[in-house]
Design a protein around this ligand. Structure first.
Ligand code: UT7
Length: 331
């Protein structure tokens, strides 16, 4: 039962599109620069009424369509922008989706590597839950932690959510790799707390809770660690790069994906690219791309799929699985 297969996928992207041209009106940037240096043309931004939970719920509803919810044994939500510190996003999804209560409900803070880590974690958890499935989600409202006066970051990020229902699979193969290189200088977003205890005053956080980043260093880290991680995962799966049918890389920058593709000698057409209209949605990018891939009708039974991501932490993760069956979508 070492394999993993996907039973359903779903995604949700807010309807409001923040285009490069619109960004030109609020920050010193240039449409063409953004397009050439990142591959992004626009990004979806959540409306006032939307929450990370509402986006995650919308994506999860689609992933669960036609599936037996009583079989879900784990719900694992990857997010760095939850609505609450507690209850977790996964607990709120258990409630709103009417999932069983004898369930492992866990949030993962692994930034952009979160969805791949959610898959790896779910695969492990399902090992002692025979007959059960897991719902994994990547959901982010990065617009709530983006500084729209900082052109080095605000042109990159967007909002959205993606989800998948998975089960362990006797016939297939699953292999994975992950790592962390703790660093709060290159990519970070400070937490903000209420500090009003008069007996033990604490200084308020000096910096607002917005993403800060050294883009060039993260760029280098991304190409190097993602490529090496995929190589290790493929070795563990006893698979060659050429035997993989589909690659899903974290959609942070088109040039990063191109760099990984070159380093690994991947046929570019095998890569899912949707960064143009989504931007970087952190843990949601791989989840949304997975949904795009499955709904494109390009995944056949027996296909080999690789997902890989990198991000804040710094972290990286990759996973390989063989998809045992085609998914039929009703919508
Ligand atoms: O999910 C993981 C999180 N983050 C990432 O994956 C980000 C990884 N890094 C990147 O994607 C890229 O480093 C960026 C897109 C952030 C920046 O692209 P770059 O090619 O590394 O640009 P750069 O920082 O080397 O800057 C080149 C020039 C600079 O001007 P000068 O000094 O050459 O005159 C910047 O000031 O581009 C300028 N610049 C901009 N110009 C217009 C930086 N940001 C912008 C901007 N619009 N938004």
């Amino acid at each position: 039962m070492n394999g993993l297969t996907i039973l359903g996928t779903g995604s949700y992207t807010p309807p409001f599109a923040l285009t490069n041209k619109m960004l030109e009106t609020i920050v010193d940037t240039d449409s063409e620069w953004i397009k050439l240096r990142t591959g992004i043309l626009s990004r979806a931004i959540a409306a006032e009424s939307e929450t990370t939970l509402s986006m995650a719920t919308a994506a999860a509803q689609k992933a669960l369509d036609g599936l037996d919810r009583s079989k879900i044994g784990a719900v694992i939500a990857a997010t760095i922008t939850p609505d609450y510190l507690t209850p977790s996003l996964s607990c709120l999804l258990q409630r709103d989706l009417g999932l069983p209560t004898d369930i492992a409900a866990i949030d993962i803070n692994c930034a952009c590597s979160g969805f791949v880590m959610a898959m790896k974690t779910a695969h492990t958890l399902l090992a002692d839950m025979p007959g059960r499935t897991a719902l994994i989600i990547g959901a982010e409202m990065l617009s709530r932690v983006t500084d729209y006066t900082d052109r080095a970051t605000c042109v990159l990020f967007g909002d959205g959510a993606g989800a998948a229902v998975i089960r362990r699979d006797a016939a297939g193969t699953f292999a994975s790799d992950c790592g962390a290189v703790g660093n709060a200088e290159l990519l970070s977003c400070r937490a903000q707390y209420l500090c009003n205890n008069p007996f033990m005053p604490r200084p308020r956080d000096a910096e607002p809770g917005a993403i800060a980043m050294n883009g060039q260093e993260v760029f280098r880290f991304a190409i190097e660690t993602c490529s090496e991680s995929v190589k290790r995962t493929l070795t563990r799966a006893c698979a060659e790069v050429d035997s993989v049918n589909h690659f899903i890389f974290h959609q942070a920058n088109r040039r990063i994906i191109d760099g990984i593709v070159r380093k690994l000698g991947i046929t570019p057409e095998k890569c899912v690219i949707n960064i143009e209209n989504h931007g970087n949605t952190s843990s949601a990018t791989c989840a949304v791309a997975l949904d795009d891939l499955f709904r494109s009708g390009k995944v056949n039974a027996g296909n080999r799929i690789v997902m890989a991501a990198f991000g804040g932490g710094l972290t990286y993760a990759s996973a390989y699985f063989t998809q045992s069956e085609e998914i039929k979508y009703n919508d």
